[in-house]
Design a protein around this ligand. Structure first.
Ligand code: FES
Length: 162
């Protein structure tokens, strides 16, 4: 644990220190560092952003721009199971809006949110490369195709028990 002089003595976790040390002085290292922070913590906290900014010499505005541009990055903690509903064209014409609506209804959360028990988070994303299976979704790394209301219910039940 170390203190970050640049941000009112915030405590910086050792894992974050290691990630940043790895990319210090590396051209374009900020993207790789953000990926590692996302994988390690499940999101990129404000403290992490400030520490990355100061140590890798990248403006906060640029870091924020990168995080919000790529759907893979999150500013808030994601659930244990991150549900990504594809709303790309192929999926949309096959009813992706209904799939998204069903998840919202059953999980009682909006896009970009996480259930109170921390189990599920929900996102709408563009083309996940499974257009032939439209409408398709991804839960963590697992792709599911031809999703309808029944499948949504089954998947929620399955993951709730895991
Ligand atoms: S548009 Fe949904 S997988 Fe391509």
């Amino acid at each position: 644990m170390k203190h970050c002089e640049g941000c009112n003595g915030c405590k910086i976790d050792d894992k974050l220190v290691k990630i940043v040390d790895k990319y210090r002085g590396v051209d374009g290292g900020i993207i790789s560092a953000l990926h590692e922070v996302q994988d390690t913590y499940g999101y990129i906290s404000n403290i992490s952003q400030k520490y990355l900014s100061k140590e890798l010499n990248v403006p906060m505005s640029e870091i924020y721009g990168i995080i919000t541009f790529y759907s893979r990055f999150s500013l808030t903690p994601k659930g244990k199971y991150n549900v990504q509903v594809c709303i790309g064209t192929a999926c949309y014409v096959k009813g992706a809006d209904k799939v998204l609506a069903r998840f919202k209804e059953k999980l009682a959360i909006e896009e970009g949110k996480t259930t109170e028990d921390g189990k599920f988070s929900l996102e709408a994303v563009r083309c996940i490369g499974a257009c032939g299976l439209a409408p398709a979704i991804v839960i963590n790394e697992e792709v599911y195709g031809k999703v309808d209301d029944k499948k949504v219910d089954e998947l929620i039940e399955k993951y709730s028990k895991m």
